[in-house]
Design a protein around this ligand. Sequence first.
Ligand code: ADP
Ligand code: GLC
Length: 478
Amino acid sequence: MKILLAASEIATLAQTGGLADIMRSLPIALKAQGIDIALCMPKYRHVEIDGEDLGEIQIPIEDRIVTGGIIRCTLPDTDIPVFLIDQEDYFDRENLYTEKGRDYPDNLERFTFFCRAILNLIERGIWKPDLIHANDWQTALLPTYLKTIYQKHAVLGKIKTLFTIHNMAYQGLFPIFLYPVLGLPWDYFNLSELEFYNQVNLLKGGIVFADAINTVSPNYAKEIQTQEFGCGLDGLLRKNQNKLTGILNRVDYAQWSPDQDAYIPMRYDASNVQEGKAKNKQALLEEFGLPMPEGRRPLFGVVSRITPQKGCDLAASIIPTLIRRGAQVVILGTGDPKIEDLLKSMERQYPDACGVQIEYNTEMSHLIEAGSDMFLMPSRFEPCGLNQMYSLLYGTIPIVRSIGGLADTVIDYHESDQGNGFTFDDESTGAFMEACDRAITVFEDEKAWSILVQRAMQTDFSWRQSAKEYIELYQSIL
Ligand code: ADP
Ligand code: GLC
């Protein structure tokens, strides 16, 4: 079985969020189970990698021919082939999708080129898959092209597709006047295919045309069929529910294990977790310029894109109460300038108890997981979420809203003797603070906390089971 996985970001080549983590760890897990897999991604400016130049490609975009190239390299530290689609005007830019917080105005053209280049690569026999596994709106045109203009194509017409939705909130919406960029007949611009309130919706095409679709946790697969979480496509998803499943994301243990982590000052496992976390906490507080507290005081950590999805505004609004309860808080993230400012104002107000760093910093994200006592994820929606799993493996107790993948991975301490964290249901600061309050009370009981930490660290988030589910899904499609 040959699988070509296409994505707009793959760790450690290019990353803005969890998608990249999964686009690295899933192929490694699939390969370990004997799957022949290759990856495709655009060659962005900062992807510095030596590769083999496979020559020029020419792709029609409206009435022009756009020239680009294909570079073959391997996923760092593996022998998994990666085909980088190179086109300077589109991809040699500062960021992946946005500039000064706004989408690049030619994103439709950029990702149309990317998808067409992938099909061109297959047509030319560079790598011929049985199935293309597309991810999110940037690659949703792959199933769309295969089931429309290439349906009768001798090679492309035989390829099956799986489309994975990592986030319903990003749909690839574009104004109607850009539709000709796609090179598709206007027939497909209709209510049941690519049209969405008079705009072009690429995610919708992926849902309609893929042979199967899945999302990144079983719970989110159910939620997106409701009006609350479906982002306007819940009806379409209900209609397609017979080809929709949920497969839980897992963790790349090579990157995220406290006993092997290259970024933290003291590595640890369950046997010396107390000492390990204490050392890392000290280093973490120093990095944020916060004093080491006297006595036993909890440190709350946050690593997140700062967007309304992640509920960082909710986190900001409970900071004063947490601090009154004796806690300290460290926050790492970038995103929405308004929420960033709100967090920064908390730091100014509580210089001894609250530290905020507005940047993307992988090393610091590991130190926060290792040095904090608790981790906050009050998400408004969360397809899967990775940091709550990293937290559990690092003995850092997650406090999460019980939705999406968070509900599939974190069990409330007070509701089950299997509890590994603290959860709340309502999207409100009251409910969130109530869960934090319960957590602090348990934290104050050193023995109970230590039992909870041990239990959290034993959770199994290895890829084996989910990789098996993906393979079964590929087999059922083929
Ligand atoms: P999402 O993909 O919605 O942002 P996930 O929980 O799936 O959320 O994954 C987020 C990933 O991005 C994690 O690996 C997290 O550590 C990383 N990350 C997010 N923000 C930052 C940041 N400011 N610095 C370093 N890593 C970050
Ligand atoms: C998206 C989601 C996140 C998920 C990640 C990887 O970015 O927001 O919940 O973990 O994709 O699938």
